[in-house]
Design a protein around this ligand. Structure first.
Ligand code: COI
Length: 356
């Protein structure tokens, strides 16, 4: 058995794991849950602040059937990744952005949230405790999933009396089964993901249950995922179920502006800066579904999907294709620009990576 550096993870008792290595097929990681060694848990009552959390063995949690999260969906999640570098370091990408987004979402969902500092410390501790599950360089990453939920019981509709902040991790490879090959999207014209004044702009769990029906129907027809339109005029692009969308035309890149119905992606925000740094003109503005017709390239961004090129989009029975077959040059260039930073292969002049 091998002991984890307990001080580094901020816990009093030394944690141990059966061996330093794990028996995983690193070459065939998809985006599925692999149970790891430890998870992080921190609780607080309503009206109080989170104070001290702990690492516990990964496993099922006990929850009252009347918990706010189970009955009324009072919860948020986050997603970020840790990469192992060739020289043995572990890099996180902009974790304080996830902490800030969780605070913003918690405000909308009437929940207390950990401070950004508590969030980042908890992420670091969880990653270090599960270090042996981080894929070797080039094989994938450790996906980190922080949750914030109303764990106390309520019967009448009200904020829960107690909250749980939990982090678990899983090694992952590519999100879409297509890998880095272009995905095929279907524009959804009946169902919507979000409405003005709703919760589309925060990472609340219900937003993701709400897209399953359209996503399932599209998958049954062979599409990779669904592209949503705004619910008012039904002509502006919003986002894909699990990621943001960008369109490329010449030297110009456009992405729907954030105005409450679209998830403010951290990869989205980073790609905007990477693209500007590479000399593109980037616009955050309303993008009409018609703009898909004369785009040169379309791609999606997200923590899980990274930068995923889109090969075709079908709207009202008409299919528009991008690139002859492979990955578009701009998508490829932005994918490389971003992932080289995340993996510690490029000079991090923006100061985005956090070394553990
Ligand atoms: C992520 O990209 O991290 C997300 O949270 C999307 C999720 C549907 C996998």
């Amino acid at each position: 058995s091998s002991t984890i550096n307990a001080q580094a993870v901020g816990v009093d008792s030394p944690l141990s794991v059966p061996s330093k290595t794990v028996d995983l097929d690193w070459d065939n990681l998809g985006f599925g849950l692999v149970n790891t060694d430890y998870m992080y848990i921190m609780k607080c009552s309503i009206g109080e602040s989170f104070s001290k959390g702990e690492l516990v063995p990964f496993g099922n949690i006990e929850i009252n059937p009347a918990a706010g999260v189970l009955n009324y969906g009072q919860a948020l999640f986050e997603g970020l990744k840790a990469y192992k570098t060739e020289d043995g370091n572990i890099l996180l990408f902009r974790p304080e952005e996830n902490g800030t987004r969780m605070i913003n979402g918690a405000e909308r969902m009437c929940m207390p949230a950990p401070s950004v500092d508590q969030f980042v410390q908890a992420v670091k501790a969880t990653v270090l405790a599960n270090e042996r599950w981080i894929p070797p360089p080039g094989k994938g990453s450790l996906y980190i999933r922080p949750l914030l939920m109303g764990s106390g019981s309520v019967l009448g509709l009200a904020p829960a009396p107690e909250y749980t902040f939990l982090i678990y991790v899983s090694p992952v490879g590519n999100y879409f089964k297509e890998g880095l090959s272009p995905i095929n999207l279907l524009v959804e014209t009946e169902m919507h993901r979000a409405t003005p004044g709703g919760t589309g702009g925060v990472k609340t769990i219900g937003n993701y249950a709400a897209v399953l029906k359209a996503q399932g129907a599209a998958k049954a027809k062979g599409y990779s995922d669904v592209l949503y339109l705004d619910s008012v005029e039904k002509k502006y692009l919003e986002e894909v179920s699990s990621c943001n969308i960008f369109i490329v035309k010449g030297n110009t890149i456009s992405t729907p502006d954030i105005k409450g119905t679209i998830l403010p992606g951290i990869t989205r925000k980073s790609i905007i800066d990477v693209a500007r740094d590479q000399g593109f003109q980037v616009f955050e503005k309303p993008v009409t579904v018609d703009a898909l017709l004369d785009a040169d390239e379309v791609f999606c961004t997200g923590t899980a999907v990274v930068v995923s090129p889109v090969g075709s989009i079908t709207y009202l029975g008409k299919r528009v294709t991008y690139g002859s077959s492979g990955v578009g040059v701009v998508s490829q260039q932005l994918y490389s620009g971003l992932t080289r930073l995340q993996m510690g292969l490029a000079d991090d002049k923006m100061g985005w990576t956090v070394k553990l």
